[in-house]
Ligand binder design. Structure first.
Ligand SMILES: *Cc1c(COP(=O)(O)O)cnc(C)c1O
Length: 395
């Protein structure tokens, strides 16, 4: 038995190497990777431009403390700001850290503006914001908080899509509203533009900040650099991670000036965040994602996949009830309770990697570089697997 802690229920497969949108196990079997390490391998495996950037950086300087200037980090911040709502960026190491920082910033913003009593953050049912003590309080999922003691104070939660509940939950202590424009772990639940617009209006009316967790939805996943762009609504603070490093750990917290003005020298920090290696890879990811036509192609390939999945659902009504999502963040809802787990396993056996999510969903999060042929291959494996499930179900 391995000395690794038993926190994960792992699938019985070990991968040895990745080749673009394929991943190869230790027996030499190839799988089409529509999980992409949970939306991390945005450019697939071993993208030549990322490999080159990482190698070049590894031969120059690996780590340099944030006690000193880091040109690659400054360049990455400038580029993220230039291509988004944000004025400034802070680099973290993970998604959870970035979202937690967004919540810290909401408190500091109000404290600096004479309202230290405003510290509470309202999230939405089905949310997932990470696994720190504070972020499991924000996500408030029973399976994540059970056994971890008193739930950290400062977080409230309301029903998804319910504006009356949202308004009613706001008190003189509320600092911010925190949402994922498309809930990921919660089961690919997109928030429509009207809901996001209303949240923005409520935030403005009550002097709250609107925080967006785009850890999963960001960096091109939905066909825009950030998913909120589809709605025309801008946040005050945004957390990014997952795809931002294309497989190298990095997170980022993007903010408008009025919020980041509260983050004075010494108020926050990290040892590793935005180090030269992470920044080099982050910049290389942006080189590709921001290339002319790249995001438009995500939209085109998404349409082909969505059309095929609609047909898959229509052809297999005993297995799938619905397809939903945005861009290349897609969920297939299963009919039989808890069937998503079985389906993910059956798909692995048939050579397609996907990821289960809440609400009985099979998640498709392919690398953003997939082409039409990969879509067709995935649809063919999904169709075949659905037929197998139907036969089993009947027998
Ligand atoms: C994955 C995820 C996180 C947590 O990111 P980690 O890097 O695992 O800490 C937070 N929010 C959302 C929306 C995520 O998908």
């Amino acid at each position: 038995m391995s000395a690794v802690m038993p926190t994960y229920a792992r699938y019985d497969v070990t991968f040895e190497r990745g080749e673009g949108v394929y991943i190869v196990d230790t027996e030499g079997r190839r799988y089409l990777d529509f999980g992409a390490g949970i939306a991390v391998n945005a450019l697939g495996h071993c993208h030549p431009h990322l490999v080159e950037a990482l190698k070049a950086q590894a031969e120059t300087i690996w780590h340099c403390s944030n006690l000193y200037h880091i040109p690659g980090q400054e360049r990455l911040a400038d580029r993220l700001a230039a291509n988004s709502f944000a004025d400034t960026v802070f680099f973290n190491n993970s998604g959870g850290e970035a979202v937690e920082m967004a919540c810290k910033m909401a408190r500091k913003y109000h404290a600096e503006n004479g309202h230290p009593e405003r510290y509470r953050v309202i999230s939405v049912e089905g949310a997932f914001h990470g696994r720190s003590l504070a972020m499991i309080a924000a996500g408030r999922q029973e399976k994540h908080i059970k056994g971890f003691g008193p739930v950290t104070d400062g977080f409230d939660q309301v029903a998804f899509g319910n504006l009356n509940e949202m308004r009613a939950a706001i008190t003189a202590e509320t600092a911010a509203i925190l949402v994922e424009p498309v809930q990921g772990e919660g089961g690919i639940r997109p928030m429509d533009a009207d809901y996001l617009r209303a949240l923005r209006e409520i935030a403005d009316e009550f002097g709250l900040l609107l925080l967006m967790d785009e850890v999963q939805t960001g960096v091109g996943r939905t066909g825009k650099l950030f998913a909120h762009e589809w709605s025309g609504v801008t946040p005050d603070v945004l957390a990014s991670a997952k795809g931002l490093g294309g497989g190298f750990p990095i997170g980022a917290c993007l903010a408008v000036q009025k919020v980041s003005d509260a983050m004075t020298a010494g108020s926050h920090g990290t040892t590793f965040g935005g180090n030269p290696m992470a920044s080099a890879v982050g910049n290389a990811v942006l080189d590709v994602i921001l290339e002319d036509g790249f995001l438009a192609n995500v939209g085109r390939v998404s349409k082909r996949l969505m059309d095929g999945l609609q047909k898959l659902v229509a052809d297999n009504p005993a297995v799938f009830s619905e397809v939903r999502g945005l861009g290349l963040m897609i969920g297939l809802k299963c009919v039989n309770e808890g069937a998503n787990g079985e389906l993910v396993k059956a798909l692995i056996a048939n050579g397609l990697l996907t990821v289960p999510a809440g609400d009985n969903i099979v998640r498709l999060l392919p690398p953003l570089v997939i082409e039409g042929s990969h879509v067709d291959e995935a649809l063919s494996i999904l169709g075949k697997t659905a037929k197998e499930m139907t036969v089993e179900g009947a027998g």
